[in-house]
Design a protein around this ligand. Structure first.
Ligand code: SF4
Length: 242
């Protein structure tokens, strides 16, 4: 099991490695298949494609918040067919959702940042913790260029928030154009909402299309300030490379 000290060293050694090399190295550490948190955004699908292209069988999981657009399920079916992978779906605790809706209704997340974090906590963060139990490493499709909240993203991170494990962001340095070029070349499944102005994929009531020139994540929780546009899945303590 990697330690925080290991990850600090690896940041310096592997933080600038090309995506494929980083993933191949991480797989060589052992400890079971790499876990991929897949929202079915183009970035996440590219990560799955990279891993499969290396001859690996990642454990791909998705968080069904109960508020996803139908297009996400359609893309999931495409990913399953394209890569021969089954998706492990994780749901929020029914009792927590029932209590939330009973107390605050179906759209409490629009009323305050605290309410929004509460909803994301129940529907995303808690299921993610369960999904990562027993994993030694997980992989995301996050990129630095996506938003102001991701400008300091490292390719190799220590994830203390989910019990202490290695977290890899192999596309950290990629641009949107890099992702689209790779996806076109490798015929990666494309989420239908990407084709109608949604660069970022999330829950239906909290995601809209963006206007030309807007930040890629401007359509997520569009009623909030840019620095708040994270759901809690990517709590990020800073560690220094040694
Ligand atoms: S994105 Fe919106 S609906 Fe989805 S979990 Fe967060 S607040 Fe709730």
């Amino acid at each position: 099991m990697p330690t925080e000290a290991d990850v600090a060293v690896w940041q310096g050694q592997w933080g600038a490695a090309p995506a494929g090399e980083l993933l191949a190295w991480a797989a060589s550490l052992g400890g079971g298949p790499l876990a991929v948190a897949c929202s079915f955004s183009l970035e996440d699908c590219v990560v799955v494609d990279l891993l499969v292209g290396l001859g690996l069988r990642p454990r791909v999981f998705a968080l069904d918040t109960g508020r996803l657009p139908e297009e996400t399920y359609r893309c999931a079916e495409q990913v399953t067919a394209r890569y021969g992978l089954s998706i492990a779906w994780y749901f929020p605790l029914a009792s927590a959702v029932e209590a939330l809706l009973g107390a605050k209704g179906a759209f409490s997340f629009r009323e305050s940042l605290a309410n929004r974090h509460e909803c994301c906590g129940i529907r995303k963060v808690e299921p993610l913790r369960r999904a990562l139990q027993g994993a030694t490493a997980w992989v995301t499709g996050q990129r630095r260029a996506q938003s102001v909240t991701r400008g300091g993203l490292a390719a190799v991170e220590w994830d203390a928030a989910n019990g202490g494990l290695l977290k890899l962001n192999p596309l950290a340095a990629w641009t949107r154009a890099d992702v689209e070029a790779y996806a076109a070349e490798q015929q990666v499944p494309v989420h239908p909402l990407h084709q109608v102005g949604y660069p970022s994929i999330g829950c239906l009531p909290c995601t809209r299309a963006v206007e030309p020139g807007e930040d890629e994540r401007a359509g997520r929780w569009w009623w909030e300030a840019a620095e708040h546009k994270e759901c809690g899945l990517h709590a990020r303590p800073v560690i220094e490379a040694r």
